[in-house]
Design a protein around this ligand. Structure first.
Ligand code: IYR
Length: 223
């Protein structure tokens, strides 16, 4: 490897029993995470959201370009605008844009074009992928592995929110160009996910279908 400016890696390691206990504890925590569409009508603590976003910003990314932008929306009027625009796209989706096969796959989740949870949940974190960077002189900077990088950062964010006791839903209306328009994002950004975030409602439900997880030996090969 070439000699480059570097610093010592500051990372905690553990004796084996502690590794095993920590791996189990993190599994126990994440096992409880499910997307829900039932949110409490209650504001979320912004400092907690910001700390979770700070965690998301620690995700690895192609060439460390961090090709993401997160827009936190708590303003009820903007949330409502987004809800209305989302519902318009979703009505077209459920009324014919989606294939029969897609609708069949969604049937166990019971979803429909009603996105009233957008009004109800404490906030939206609208995640944008920067397809390319913009230099100060307006020229384009090529970005690498954008989808992968933003996906990993989103995973960090979802885990961090759950760890803090906030529920979320990865809402992906299709198409979602309206998010960039409403939120006035620059032309190098594409909406990636509308992450609906909030306290779960007291009677929040999860479709039983979501509990059906593959067994580890079905999705892992050890050679
Ligand atoms: N965007 C629609 C449909 C939808 C698609 C997938 I893939 C899901 O996992 C869930 C829903 C909606 O939000 O209703």
């Amino acid at each position: 490897m070439k000699s480059i400016p570097s610093v010592p890696l500051a990372m905690q390691t553990y004796p084996l029993p502690e590794m095993q206990a920590r791996a189990q504890q993190f599994f126990n925590l994440m096992q409880q995470r499910h997307s829900t569409r039932d949110f409490a009508d209650k504001p979320v603590p912004l400092d907690v959201i910001m700390k979770c976003l700070e965690t998301a910003g620690r995700a690895p990314s192609g060439a460390n370009q961090q090709p993401w932008h997160f827009v936190v929306v708590t303003d009820p009027d903007i949330k409502h605008k987004i809800r209305l625009a989302a519902e318009e796209e979703e009505r077209a989706f459920y009324a014919g844009r989606a294939s029969e096969e897609w609708l069949e796959a969604l049937a166990p989740l019971g979803t429909d074009a009603d996105k009233s949870f957008i009004d109800k949940a404490g906030c939206l974190v609208v995640i944008f992928a920067q397809s390319y960077g913009l230099a100060d002189d307006g020229s384009r900077i090529k970005h690498y592995y954008v989808q992968e990088s933003v996906g990993i950062a989103t995973g960090f964010l979802i885990a961090a929110l759950h760890n803090a006791g906030l529920a979320c839903l990865t809402h992906t209306p299709s198409p979602m160009g309206f998010l960039g328009e409403i939120l006035q994002r620059p032309k190098n950004e594409r909406a990636y996910i509308n992450l609906v975030v909030g306290y779960p409602a007291e009677d929040a439900q999860v479709p039983t279908h979501a509990l059906e997880k593959k067994k580890t030996n079905e999705f892992v090969t050890i050679l």
